[in-house]
Design a protein around this ligand. Structure first.
Ligand code: URP
Ligand code: ZN
Ligand code: ZN
Ligand code: ZN
Length: 471
């Protein structure tokens, strides 16, 4: 077989199940050959000493998402996918937010417009439902799912977003009917509000109050409630951004009962703690995200759960807000109370290097687990497999070449997002993506973008592998 557009030679190809020495032949954006030795490439990359991995899929990123408090997300689909590509990713799934009072169908259309001609790599959308009207659930949702937005995120917290119990139930029923996967942000809104008032009365208004206002019991309770509703409605449920041991216990409890309950965790829960929010000035606001980072025991619980395959995916929950810039002070400016600090931290570019270094290089997870957690399981869970998420004949040529020995000290100056800081400043890593290929084209090299906006396409997704095909 000859006549390839690109051959990747001499690398070690790793999938979620196998590790093999072979060449990869690419034609017209697809992987068309895997063999010991391939000849006849228009271009060739010598991957001696490198790992040839499926490009990362980050199935939890927020880009150009409207906010209710007027803060503006630092990354749009252009800078967000540029940053993602430089961090070893070839697909992101971003959120389309339906604001209260707005049409679900229109909000998805608006997010398509925000993404069109902007993306450096392929993208897909999840639909956030904050207003589960009959119109939204019975008229709009079927169309949205049919157009390839086959997953829904609901919130149990945040003003203007939290659904009440009846609404959660009804969304799950609609998801069951339409074959969509329900994702849940599980934190108890009322409890957080009470805790917030208590802290403010005591004068504890600094960033640390964010963590103290939403201890893990708030997340544990909401997780249990969401699992219970999923059991009643008889639907699979995906619990996003799990932060520690008490919540993992709930997930494993559900799994032991045979319930189709799945979950993800994120870098912040492996590497940060609530003490990072504990700053006299506003520096602590750089780490304000929900759920908040916990403590070292919970970091260990998350690592152990990753190693035991309790988590299906590992995502960034990239949700960047400017700390302090000439154009404004978003995080740093919220100095009258932690409750005004926009929630979310950047991380789409650092997610995989952190998991690789602290996970694979330090021996906590295997290389095949890394591939499953970084790409393959995202493709399966969100209905893009085997087009995405693996290295196989017929799959899209989405590949990240990793140097497992490369030493990098993370710093804001090396990153390609539009945020003005990284919460991981100074972190020392071993292993980094060196060349990233999306649909057969090099989109990032040595940590810098080489593609350009507009090449990334919308990926219409099918049903999740977690949804039973017979009922
Ligand atoms: O603090 C966070 N995680 N902000 C992003 C929105 C969300 O809850 O996922
Ligand atoms: Zn209509
Ligand atoms: Zn969330
Ligand atoms: Zn999120």
């Amino acid at each position: 077989m000859t006549g390839f557009d690109l051959i990747i030679r001499n690398g070690t190809v790793v999938t979620a199940s196998d590790t093999m020495r072979c060449d990869v032949g690419i034609r017209e954006g697809k992987i068309v050959a895997l063999a010991d030795k391939l000849e006849g490439g228009e271009r060739e990359i010598d991957a001696t000493g490198l790992l040839v991995l499926p490009g990362g899929i980050d199935s939890h990123v927020h880009l150009a998402q409207p906010t209710s408090d007027g803060s503006v997300m630092a990354d749009d689909f252009e800078s967000g996918t540029r940053s993602a590509a430089c961090g070893g990713n070839t697909t992101v799934i971003a959120f389309s937010l339906q604001e209260r009072g707005a049409s679900l169908l229109d909000s998805v259309a608006e997010h398509h417009q925000r993404a069109a001609d902007k993306c450096h790599i392929d993208y897909a959308l999840h639909a956030i439902i904050t207003d589960p009207t009959q119109q939204a659930l019975e008229h709009d949702l079927p169309k949205v799912v049919q157009e390839g937005v086959s997953s829904i995120k609901i919130f149990m917290t945040y003003e203007d977003m939290a659904l009440n119990d009846g609404e959660i139930f009804r969304v799950m029923e609609a998801a069951r009917r339409e074959g969509a996967l329900t994702m849940v942000h599980a934190e108890n809104f009322d409890a957080i509000q009470q805790m917030t008032e208590r802290l403010e009365k005591a004068g504890q208004t600094g960033p640390r109050g964010h963590a103290d206002s939403r201890p893990i019991v708030v997340e544990r309770e909401a997780t249990h409630r969401a699992i219970s509703f999923a059991e009643l409605v008889d639907v699979p449920l995906f619990v996003v951004h799990v932060s520690g041991g008490d919540v993992i216990e709930q997930i494993e409890w559900a799994k032991r009962r045979g319930l189709p309950i799945y979950a993800e965790t994120c870098p912040q829960y492996l590497t940060l703690t609530a003490d990072d929010l504990d700053n006299a000035n506003m520096e602590g606001s750089k780490y304000v995200c929900s759920p908040p980072p916990r403590d070292e025991a919970n970091q260990k619980a998350c690592w152990d759960a990753l190693a035991r395959d309790v988590f299906s995916t590992f995502t960034s929950d990239h949700c960047p807000f400017i700390y302090e810039s000439e154009t404004g002070k978003q995080k740093a400016g919220a100095d009258t109370s932690f409750k005004y600090v926009p929630n979310g931290i950047p991380g789409v570019e650092t997610r995989l290097p952190i998991l690789f270094s602290k996970g694979v290089s330090e021996g906590r997870i295997s290389l095949n687990q890394f591939v499953a957690l970084s790409a393959t399981n995202h493709a399966k869970v969100y209905g893009m497999y085997p087009r995405k998420g693996t290295i196989a004949i017929g799959s899209d040529a989405d590949i990240a070449l990793w140097d497992p020995e490369k030493r990098v000290t993370l710093s804001q100056s090396m990153l390609n997002h539009n945020c003005d800081y990284t919460p991981y400043e100074g972190m020392e890593l071993i292993g980094y993506p060196v060349t990233v290929i999306s649909n057969g084209e090099i989109v990032a090299d040595q940590g810098r973008p080489t593609g350009g906006p507009g090449k990334g396409r919308f990926i219409a997704r099918g049903p999740s592998s977690l949804i039973p095909t017979t009922r």
